[in-house]
Design a binder for this molecule. Structure first.
Ligand code: ADP
Ligand code: MG
Length: 305
């Protein structure tokens, strides 16, 4: 493109909250044939709310674990204490949800993040795990007594988390996020244009599929349970057949995936890290601006032909 066309395209973009990192990027975007959305914070608002607390009956018939009766408020108190040290949106929703329910979570004695899986903490009640099935299995705790509760919550599109205390599975918590208002239309407009639309997430398969269904993404185009350091590989896998993917994400976790994609796009409220790694930044936090960026690129390049 001529410098003049590039300037016009760049400024039309800027007026629409679509920032291209240079003229090369502006030209590149129109060749995008695949869009990979990160789920949390991109298709969804990324504002989790604690929605469910389930206390599980104890296998030995007893109701006591670590000298406590296992009821909902005990499960929530134990989990919220363990999550106090975590910055994860899932953790913040649990701590906040506990406070709203009149529980004041204590400071854990020790705390460890297990990325992509959950947290491990020592509290005055004992050794606590909060996280997904893999986290508990790795620690020798059988998650299967919670299967019914987990499956029910996940099929509602919620992120369900297991809670164990001293090796006993005591409950399940669920956090819910809301799908962004424009997400469904954005996906259907991209698809109508022949763009292949994918969703990538660290969340479990069932939750991911429920959200995909809400926004109109094919179940076969959902990659779930992808660990933070596997997201770039997942993008490369999608591009293996020569497709040119735009990866759209907001989190620190997404920076390598943004870099691996043909075009990396950071959305709105994204972190500085993601924005730095991005070729395109969508200032308005609106998934509909993905198509807008493609249209601006096309229009700019048509003018100069
Ligand atoms: P995302 O792709 O949504 O950012 P993550 O990779 O951060 O997901 O986490 C993947 C999964 O690991 C979550 O869906 C959840 O089951 C579990 N997990 C991660 N962090 C926590 C936490 N602090 N508390 C409980 N569970 C967690
Ligand atoms: Mg994330």
């Amino acid at each position: 493109a001529t410098p003049a066309a590039t300037m016009v395209g760049t400024s039309i973009g800027a007026r629409n909250g679509v920032l291209f990192k240079g003229g090369d990027i502006l030209e590149r975007v129109r060749d995008v044939d695949t869009v990979v959305f990160d789920k949390t914070g991109t298709l969804t608002e990324g504002e989790m709310q604690l929605t469910d607390v389930v206390a599980l009956p104890q296998a030995d018939g007893g109701e006591l674990v670590a000298g406590h009766e296992v009821d909902e408020s005990f499960v929530l108190e134990v989990a919220a204490s363990a999550e106090r040290g975590s910055e994860h949106p899932l953790a913040k929703a649990i701590v906040e949800g506990a406070r709203e329910r009149g529980i004041d979570p204590e400071e854990p004695d020790s705390f460890e993040n297990v990325p992509g899986h959950g947290v491990r903490a020592t509290t005055s009640d004992g050794e606590v795990l909060v996280g997904n099935r893999k986290l508990l299995e790795d620690e020798g705790v059988d998650p299967s007594p919670a299967d019914d509760a987990m499956e029910r919550l996940e099929s509602e599109g919620k992120t369900a988390m297991l809670v164990s205390l001293d090796g006993d599975l005591i409950g399940v918590l669920a956090d819910a996020d809301t799908v962004k208002e424009s997400a469904k239309q954005a996906v259907s407009d991209l698809r109508a244009r022949g763009v292949d639309v994918w969703m990538l997430t660290g969340d479990n398969e069932r939750t991911a599929r429920a959200v995909a269904e809400q926004v109109g993404i094919d179940p076969e185009n959902v990659m779930a349970e992808v660990l933070p350091d596997e997201k770039a590989d997942a993008v490369e896998e999608i591009q293996d057949d020569g497709s040119r993917a735009m990866m759209v994400g907001d989190g620190v976790n997404d920076a390598p995936a943004l870099a691996a994609a043909y075009v990396g796009t950071a959305i709105g409220s994204g972190t500085d890290v993601a924005i730095e790694a991005a070729d395109v930044t969508l200032m308005r936090d609106d998934p509909a601006d993905v198509l807008k960026s493609i249209r601006i690129s096309e229009a700019t390049l048509q003018k100069i032909k």
